[in-house]
Design a protein. Sequence first.
Length: 196
Amino acid sequence: MQTENLSTREKILQAATELIVDKGFKETTTKDIAASASVSEMSVFRHFGSKKAILVAIMKQYSFEYPIENGLREQLIWELEHDLLLLAEMQYHFNLRNEKAILIRFKESKNLLAFDIDVKRDPSLLKKFLVWYFDEMYAQGKILKADNEKLAIHFMSFNFGLFCSKMLDVYGPISAISKKEEIIFGAKCFTRGIQP
């Protein structure tokens, strides 16, 4: 674990993230976190107050906001295959950057619900953006009439599936096809399925 040039808070969050991914929230103690971060247990409590607060901070630290409002709209050229490829790559790379937090979301779903951490907010924002995009493309006559919410969910699920298959690569790749090729192929297939 790389901890040079990190603040104490960052060291604690990094250590806690690794431990919770490996051992789970319940099995990870503040003593474990302190030892892994090379800080005192008192420092852990001084910065966070509780183990629950650390989990909340981990979920907030990872950027779960897709870069929709940060220039993504401006990159759309209203050409279906290009735009779908752009959106698929954005979602895939976003998931890669947030892999540990996603693993914690799966592993600790009951704790996240109990701590009132909204794990649906950001995927819902992406779905809303995709529905808007498909509505606009239909209005321009560039896609067939469809239930655009279902299109959005299917598109998101396909791309999340690519990310999940990448996580399985630790056991050895299931295909010689690169993720880039899979993303391109997926965008092409999706395009063919909804273009008039």
